[in-house]
Design a protein around this ligand. Structure first.
Ligand code: ZN
Ligand code: ZN
Length: 370
């Protein structure tokens, strides 16, 4: 798994840093997490550089199958529609899935009406609610009909106190005026395992946990030959079936666990989502957590529901992540070394992301290419 960091600034570009956006290459295709303003220019420039370097990690646009948004603030969403338009101009014909959080109330209202354009203003959503942004994007040409490739528009209901792994999601089809429930996100992500982790921010928000599949160990055919097994017996063992006097597990080398990453999006440091996630058995190789402020600005962090670097580190410890990468710096922060030294008091494996970093991740190892 490789994670390409394409923006580390909060709210607005500052000190050469752009706003949020990441691309994750998995063995089942690429996933975008957030795409703030200028996203398409950043992804194109980054990829052009990787192509010139003949890098194995370059992003293949045809492999991008899912775009995940963490919340509706424009520094995380403004670049989405221009990027979809460009994919359309490039002649894309493969489907793409967009998944974004909103409130449970909005999901429940759309579900009961079965109309993606149902009036929701009585629920008093924020004016950047992703339900509204979807409608604006559709009216500006973000539909399957206008783009000439299928877009699966999914909204999920989130609340800080949600049970981890419990899904309340709908698929919206603006071309046919239709709303359908979604039982399993995997059906829309090319089978990549993803899960929302509710967070606490001024609008409905969630982090995204993404896991690459475990790899099966190699079948030991030499041992099978040595034991004079016939083809039918070997086939059974290779398929994981036990046969008389032979257990299939002795014929397969141990597998490799797939890496997993949790990207926090914007969140207050103390939140129920991370508390609840820490009580589950989900393993996290890498936590990418926002660290908008230094500890001297903890009051601002609390007021605007953002985190300090220390809180990011406390959350890494809480969920038992192997590594922490911090991002989403306030424009007050010129140099990230103070964030690292504060976070390091709480957690050992901290890196402060820079724009265009590539994080090469395995289950138990991390390499950062700056
Ligand atoms: Zn933000
Ligand atoms: Zn935000």
């Amino acid at each position: 798994m490789q994670i390409h960091i394409l923006g580390t600034s909060s709210s607005r570009p500052a000190h050469g840093r752009s706003v949020s956006g990441s691309v994750i290459n998995t063995n089942k295709g690429a996933i975008i997490v957030d795409c703030g303003e200028g996203f398409q220019e950043r992804i194109f420039n980054h990829n052009k550089k990787l192509k010139l370097q003949k890098s194995n990690f370059r992003i293949k646009f045809g492999k991008i199958n899912t775009i995940l948004l963490t919340h509706g603030h424009l520094d995380h969403t403004w670049g989405l529609l221009p990027f979809l338009k460009t994919l359309s101009l490039d002649g894309r014909n493969l489907p793409i899935t967009v998944i974004a959080p909103t409130s449970h109330d909005i999901i429940n209202k759309l579900t009961s009406s079965k109309n993606p354009f149902t009036e929701i203003t009585d629920l008093e959503p924020s004016n950047v609610d992703l339900c509204f942004q979807y409608r604006q994007w559709w009216s500006l040409g973000g539909t399957t009909d206008a783009l000439n490739f299928q877009v699966n528009w999914i909204l999920i209901g989130v609340d800080e106190n949600d049970e981890i792994g419990k899904l309340n999601a709908i698929l919206l089809d603006p071309d046919n005026n239709n709303v359908q429930p979604v039982d399993n996100l995997k059906n829309y992500t090319n089978e990549v395992e993803i899960m929302n982790v509710p967070t606490l921010h001024s609008v409905p928000s969630c982090g995204w946990w993404i896991k690459e599949d475990d790899k099966k160990g190699k079948f030991n055919s030499e041992l099978a030959e040595k034991n004079n097994l016939n083809k039918i017996q070997i086939k059974k063992l290779a398929n994981g079936e036990d046969i008389e006097n032979h257990s299939s597990k002795y014929y397969r080398e141990s597998g490799i666990l797939g890496p997993s990453v949790l990207i926090s999006g914007d969140t207050a440091g103390e939140n129920m989502g991370f508390q609840n996630f820490s009580k589950t058995n989900y393993k996290t190789s890498l936590l990418i957590h926002e660290a908008t402020f230094l500890e001297e600005n903890i009051d601002r962090a609390n007021q605007y529901l953002h985190s300090t670097a220390i809180q990011a580190a406390q959350n890494a410890k809480l969920i038992n992540a192997n590594n922490l990468v911090i991002t989403h710096y306030s424009s007050r922060i010129k140099d990230t070394s103070n964030l690292i030294s504060e976070a390091s008091n709480e957690f050992d494996m901290v890196h402060a992301a820079s724009d265009y970093d590539i994080i090469n991740l395995t289950f138990d190892d991390i390499e950062i290419i700056s």
